[in-house]
Design a protein around this ligand. Sequence first.
Ligand code: IVH
Length: 682
Amino acid sequence: MNDQVSSMTDSAIPDNLRELLEKIRRLDYEYYVLNESSLPDSEYDRMMQLLIELEAKHPEWVLPDSPTQRVGGQPQAGFTQVQHEVPMLSLDNAFSDDDMAAFYKRLQDRMNTTGSLELACEPKLDGIAVSLLYEDGRLVRGATRGDGTTGEDITANVRTIRSIPLTLRGDDWPKVLEVRGEIYMPRAGFERMNDQAREQGDKVFVNPRNAASGSLRQLDPQLTAKRPLEMCCYSVGRVDGGTLADTHFDTLNALAGWGLKINPESRVVTGLDEMLAFYQYLLARRDELPYEIDGIVFKINSFQLQQRLGFVSRAPRWAIARKFPAQEEMTRLLDVEFQVGRTGALTPVARLEPVFVGGVTVSNATLHNMDEVERIGVHIGDTVIVRRAGDVIPQVVRVIEDQRPADARPVQLPEACPVCGSAVERVEGEAVSRCTGGIHCDAQRREALKHFVSRRALDIEGLGEKLIDTLLEKGLLHTPGDIFELTADQLVELDRMGEKSASKVIAAIEAAKQTTLPRFLYALGIREVGVTTAANLAQHFGTLEKLWSASEEDLLEVDDVGPKVAAHVEHFFAEPNNRLEIERLVALGLTWPDPKPVSASMPLSGQTWVVTGKLEALSRDEAKDYLQRLGAKVAGSVSAKTHQLVAGPGAGSKLKKATDLDVPVMDEAEFLEVLREHQLWQ
Ligand code: IVH
């Protein structure tokens, strides 16, 4: 931070700079608090660049709450202590409907009423409780909860979090306002950060809560700034020089009006039944939320009633946390087995003493690879912590080392493939170990065939996992080409296969012969060639012949193809067996349409498109990428100049604006159809 400027205010700078600052603050608010944006990123970047240049020329104009001043300069030596004038309390927990009923009854009894009570309910975010102090609308201090009375000063770190305004919006805030809330790491950011850490061999966090806590406790705010943290506010502490609304819920809305982020799921309910219903409602949606929650907090809505009810020791009588089933549990690691995947990769799988976690009974969990096994330091026989959050596959995240039994033994990578006995190799610098058996390994063969017929590959309905297993067992299937030589008579011979289903499978196989080049390339199962890369390769080369005679140099010209993928592609087509199999498939009748001739101008050039809402099959970035490849300009907001809006579920103001302005709107399925027309989608 720039020290010479700490007391300067907006009135001391020129009008044009003030306007620029206001525009950027507004965009930050839209983007980080409301999750929407009215201008394209490029426009934002341009404004930010202008601000940086102006401030570089005139350091005397740099305001302490300028958007350029979020990331402070020097790492600190340690955190200083902060006393909370109004203690930061904790909450009592409820684990069942009975607990909730007892809580509700206690409230009614204390208030001498049998009437219905009004409660505000909010998701209980799983993060770190933090206090923000605003004086004259400016953020002057951020502190952790600590023990509730004494916390740590983390001002420099909280300033880096974009959903925390450095300056409050509007002007009707109290002169001194302490806001409290939870800093957390959304799931997507957590996964992304851990993927990167795994790739670079860095420390992996066991859950988003630990990641948020670790990120906030960095002495160097530059590091905190790189972490995808957010903050949601749920209460106020100290308030001087101003008044608040009469209820908790209205106060939350006032905070939102001042530019602070509140949880959009929050609401007010009346009576116990509605409280229980809200619990069921949110529990059912738990996995859909973009962040982790461990329950719901219910608070008496009226401040006056809250005061009447008061506190017991360190928790208010007027609130309770209804906890969700835990997402982490302890159990014992009984054994580790190695599964062989399509590319031969050996994945260690933990066999566990069954444990109820995240709402299901779990008896297997992935250990990813041997690096992960070593990182966790797990031995067979250990007591481990298993985590199952959302629809992510269960994972072993930690070992309770002091409970290790004397006969525990380390996990060892087998020297030979457990399925085919071929040697296992571990490539230098790679975490993965592979069976070298290739197509001769039954496991790899089975996975390759499953991949070949899968939905995004040749999509052969009726030829599922079980049928493939049976056909492999009977020796009727070895390589993909064999699929197209199967006869209905052969299928009828199999257990539990009637004539009708047999002819259905044969018809599906016949239909799958008419495919597309991207599907076919994806189906081949070339290492690291997923749906998008397959589409890029097809688009770039146009024909299979051109692709298979492409040099590494040619391949590197394709979007998203780096040296690794290029080497895999080249290697695949250099293998005579692969070429023979492809020729056989073509001879058996597999065909795809010729690519459309590449026209001089791109199909969507001159058009401006906007993408909004949640897309299923592809991310918004991928959608933008495809559009740009078709020549369209992708904008962040809808205007009369917009040619087309692509709107997924949850689209809000942009959809409304498009409808108002008569801009054509299409959903994701229609958009994929457009991509398909241009051979960008299968
Ligand atoms: S209110 C007096 N509201 O839960 C009430 N807490 O067990 C104090 N938390 O330390 C807290 N979401 O870290 C409140 N919507 C919410 C919350 C919430 C998460 C956490 C917070 C607090 C802990 C109490």
